[in-house]
Ligand binder design. Structure first.
Ligand code: SAM
Ligand code: SF4
Length: 471
């Protein structure tokens, strides 16, 4: 259906396309320029478009190595050795849009359409909680059935569902852009991050891959997170789908979007996602912009350097070995034990992916316990922490807390407390042993004092059956 009257009438395009194109044509940065930009990143300052342009221009192996090293250092100093774990939960795949890359698009006759009923959502929650998940992202197609009231009801269903010690403590959303009144309803239901991926910031590409439906309206989507902020959702996530256009342009687009949100709302996005285009049911796309692994690694390092305080999400679209390698360059959140078929956690065969029931093919379907075990082997603390959101430390206020000292005092202890819960309630014996060893090693790093004493008391309380303790 052609778009009759764009909902976006009067909205301004804040992506400076011509300026971004010019930055991609610039001469390669020399060592001195790269050094200056890296010094700014390491001082934890957000980069400008020009500074990101300098990093994107680098191909000299020695300078690239310096960039990777700086990204690794920055990740350690801002986030410590924590990786936050979550799971996606697909609620419904009806969709009125025609995104050429997506298995859920309206014209795909092979896709099996389904919306989970409340009892089916609860069955999924039981399966998720029984493996230890505490944080979800609910995913929806775009359809009149999935309005703000429906999404809010799904959120409430998630928070209300408990199995033993299992419960969901944070529900994020990835769905179509709403109007301000819609976001207010979701805020009232207690949502965490509202994610909208712009897919492509390059307008001709955007228009080409979104030929019909409400999503064809570039500006309505581009302003989707402004409306979220206006509706009180101060915790938003941006993203681009890599493989549709030049990755360097999209990286600049993500930064331009970040700068816009910072300027307008005094706070940038809480997270950035960078999904790569994957095989999907019945899609036939031009693959000329496919993002190679080596460039994907550059992209992740450059994003880390450009936005030091923004969470970066690396999903199970990517294969396990690559995820392992990419973690250290800046990712702070991953999904694990992921199933993306509708009903996949409670009904699916974990070995089998059925493309007709899912949006695209994932690369890492290992069970949660295996991923936790691998993180522990890498010296990372798997974390389910949700303390900041539940203490009101979000949006503008979250930035205040993302300061040196806060991680040691709050984030690491909270990560250890949630890890302890996981080990006590859900881990296999081998993972439990690894996890207890890591907790002991982290405790040994803490100086004696009140903070350490409080942490020790809370860890002991978890062994006695207390749950959900945080600083
Ligand atoms: N329907 C909502 C929308 O389009 O905003 C929800 C998002 S969709 C269910 C989640 C995201 O998956 C999309 O925004 C897109 O970036 C990504 N995606 C879609 N098709 C994909 C594919 N073939 N490979 C990888 N990611 C894909
Ligand atoms: Fe629908 Fe979202 Fe898929 Fe587009 S990406 S077809 S809007 S589910």
């Amino acid at each position: 259906m052609p778009l009759v009257k764009p909902q976006s009438e009067g909205l301004v395009d804040f992506i400076p396309g011509a300026r971004l194109e010019a930055l991609l044509r610039r001469a390669p940065a020399d060592a001195a320029e790269v050094r200056d930009v890296l010094a700014k990143s390491l001082a934890k300052q957000r980069l400008s478009l020009e500074e990101m342009g300098a990093l994107l221009s680098v191909s000299d192996p020695a300078l690239l190595a310096a960039m990777f090293e700086a990204a690794r250092t920055l990740k350690k100093t801002v986030y410590g050795n924590r990786i936050v774990l979550f799971a996606p939960l697909y609620i419904g795949n009806k969709c009125v849009n025609s995104c050429k890359y997506c298995g859920f698009r309206a014209e795909n006759p092979e896709n099996l359409r389904r919306t989970l009923a409340p009892a089916e959502i609860r069955a999924e929650l039981t399966a998720l909680e029984n493996t230890g998940h505490k944080r979800l992202i609910l995913v929806f197609g775009e359809h009149a059935d999935y309005d703000a009231d429906f999404i809010a009801e799904c959120v409430r269903t998630c928070y209300a569902h408990k199995v033993g010690f299992g419960e969901i403590r944070r529900v994020n959303i990835n769905a179509a852009p709403l109007d301000v009144a819609g976001y207010r309803k979701l805020k009232a239901a207690g949502i965490g991050t509202y994610q909208i991926f712009q897919e492509s910031y390059h307008r001709p590409t955007y228009e080409q891959v979104h030929p019909r439906g409400p999503k064809a309206d570039f500006l309505w989507r581009l302003h989707g997170l402004d409306r979220a902020q206006e509706g009180g959702c101060d915790d938003v996530g941006i993203g681009a789908l890599f493989g549709l256009h030049d990755w360097r342009f999209e990286a600049l687009g993500l930064l331009a979007h970040t700068i816009h949100l910072e300027e307008r709302f005094n706070v940038g996005p809480h997270t950035i996602s960078f999904p790569r285009l994957k095989v999907a049911s019945n899609i036939d796309l031009d693959r000329s912009w496919e993002l190679a692994d080596a460039d994907f690694k550059r992209l992740i390092a450059i994003l880390r350097l450009a936005v030091p305080y923004t969470g970066m999400i690396l999903t199970a679209r990517e294969p396990a070995a690559l995820r392992r390698e990419l973690l250290e360059f800046g990712c702070s959140q991953i999904d694990a034990g992921t199933r993306i078929e509708l009903g996949g956690y409670s009904e699916g065969d974990p070995e089998l992916q059925d493309l007709r029931r899912e949006q695209f093919k994932i690369g890492d379907s290992r069970p949660l316990d295996q991923v936790v075990g691998e993180l522990l082997d890498l010296g990372e603390i798997p974390s389910y922490c949700t303390a900041c959101y539940r203490q009101g430390r979000t949006g503008e206020h979250f930035m205040e807390f993302a300061i040196p000292g806060f991680i040691k005092r709050f984030c690491t202890p909270n990560a250890l407390l949630t890890l302890k819960e996981y080990l006590t309630d859900y881990a296999s014996p081998a993972v439990r042993a690894k996890g207890e060893a890591l907790i002991a090693a982290e405790l040994a790093k803490l100086p004696a004092g009140e903070a350490k004493q409080q942490l020790l008391e809370r860890l002991a309380a978890i062994e006695q059956g207390r749950r959900d303790l945080f600083f």
